[in-house]
Design a protein around this ligand. Structure first.
Ligand code: HEC
Length: 116
């Protein structure tokens, strides 16, 4: 009987963890996104604040919509390696998007006296 209960609770635990894994992603966290951006090496090609680098184009400020980023990152066949969900979860992508959105725009050059 005890064993049965143990098996049952294991089943419930497994079920709830799969449900959690498939649950809708929650609102993005810029802080976690920053971590994921560094952990997954995005910065290496796109720059520390997504400003663009030698290898990758600019991603921020004003990043493209999350749907675009998701489709691109999962299925790119170009010079950027695709990232499957196993490597980078949807939640991490949403967080990365939040991080890119949090990066402030630089000032307009017209407001900088030295440049006018
Ligand atoms: C090895 C270098 C490299 C790494 C690492 C890399 N990228 Fe890229 N990325 C590129 C290049 C190069 C392009 C342009 C490729 C193309 O247009 O096919 C690109 C394009 C993109 C685009 C599309 C930009 C646009 O405006 O169309 C997005 C979004 C993007 N990368 C996000 C990411 C994210 C998020 C990560 C980390 C999980 C990442 N990249 C890691 C090199 C890289």
């Amino acid at each position: 009987m005890k064993k049965q209960i143990a098996m049952m609770s294991l089943g419930v635990a497994l079920l709830s963890s799969t449900l959690l894994a498939n649950a809708q992603t929650t609102a993005g966290s810029a802080e976690k996104g920053k971590e994921a951006f560094f952990k997954n090496g995005c910065w290496g090609c796109h720059g520390f604040v997504g400003q663009g680098g030698v290898a990758g184009p600019k991603l921020a400020p004003e990043p493209k919509p999350i749907e675009y980023i998701q489709a691109f990152v999962r299925h790119t066949k170009g010079p950027m390696p695709p990232y499957s969900e196993k490597i980078l979860s949807n939640q991490e992508l949403v967080d990365i998007h939040a991080y890119l959105k949090s990066i402030p725009k630089g000032p307009d050059y017209k407001t900088i006296p030295l440049l006018n």
